[in-house]
Write a protein that binds this ligand. Sequence first.
Ligand SMILES: Cc1cc2nc3c(=O)[nH]c(=O)nc-3n(C[C@H](O)[C@H](O)[C@H](O)COP(=O)(O)O)c2cc1C
Ligand code: SF4
Ligand code: SF4
Length: 261
Amino acid sequence: MKTIIYYYTGTGNSLWTARQLAQELGNAEIHPMTKMIKDGGTPKADAAGIVFPVHMWGVPGLVIQFLKTIQKDSAKYYFAFAVNAGQVSRTLIQLRNLMKSRGLPLSAGFDIVLPSNYIPWGGPGPAEHLQKLYNEAGKKIEAAAKYIAGKETGHIEKGSLWQRIVFTALYKMTYNMIPKMDRNFRVDDKCNGCGTCADVCPVGNILLDSKKPAWQHRCEQCLACIQWCPQEAIQYGKKTPAYERYHHPEIKLKDMMFKAK
Ligand SMILES: Cc1cc2nc3c(=O)[nH]c(=O)nc-3n(C[C@H](O)[C@H](O)[C@H](O)COP(=O)(O)O)c2cc1C
Ligand code: SF4
Ligand code: SF4
């Protein structure tokens, strides 16, 4: 079975998930969603997977944009992995509905819990906790790969009822505000003008102005810029100078060097 896995990632958790899965499945290719958006279509495969981080309790805008590029007959079996920090809420149901409206059946959806990259609320947590999450996620991906290889259908994971009610309302409230949330970023005097922040931005939302990042208000809030800045010179709100930066330890800066435009 030839499988193509499409991913979107800010700090590597989803890319790591996609890689683990590809290894388990065999005969699998991995592509960034941004490339497909740029190329304007998806190649044919027996199965297609969508791996992405949960943002604000739902499907990120970039993934919604990517769904529009999937050609109807490009695969018969579709599966998804919603990578999150413990609050998957209604994300995979939302994804199933979005896909259904385009005539694409979502056969399986898995909730993968990995460390939080949402630095405005704090750092990723102690090393033992992170290791536990990596181990558990690895086991879950292994089991999910068997389900996918058997082309089983119907397993779509979701959060508790209260999560789905409360957080779905919050998702709807915040969704349209996301592009301009980059107004909360600022750069401090540790910045040396290296340009890494602009290079890792998946949507080309950062321009260098006199060697300093200037955000263009088309932000996806993936937080790659703040998390990958080698100088830790980007801040968001007041508290981030004290918070530890995060990216998945097996994902390197060179893995993030792709651009939409
Ligand atoms: C803007 C933003 C919103 C987030 N919202 C959620 C959320 O609603 N639920 C959750 O469990 N994790 C949330 N997270 C955490 C990420 O989903 C989680 O850390 C994920 O593993 C990051 O994957 P990545 O490294 O592939 O970007 C959010 C992160 C960001 C940046
Ligand atoms: S990555 Fe950091 S140090 Fe480099 S230009 Fe951007 S803000 Fe400045
Ligand atoms: S500006 Fe930063 S947070 Fe916004 S999309 Fe680009 S890298 Fe992600």
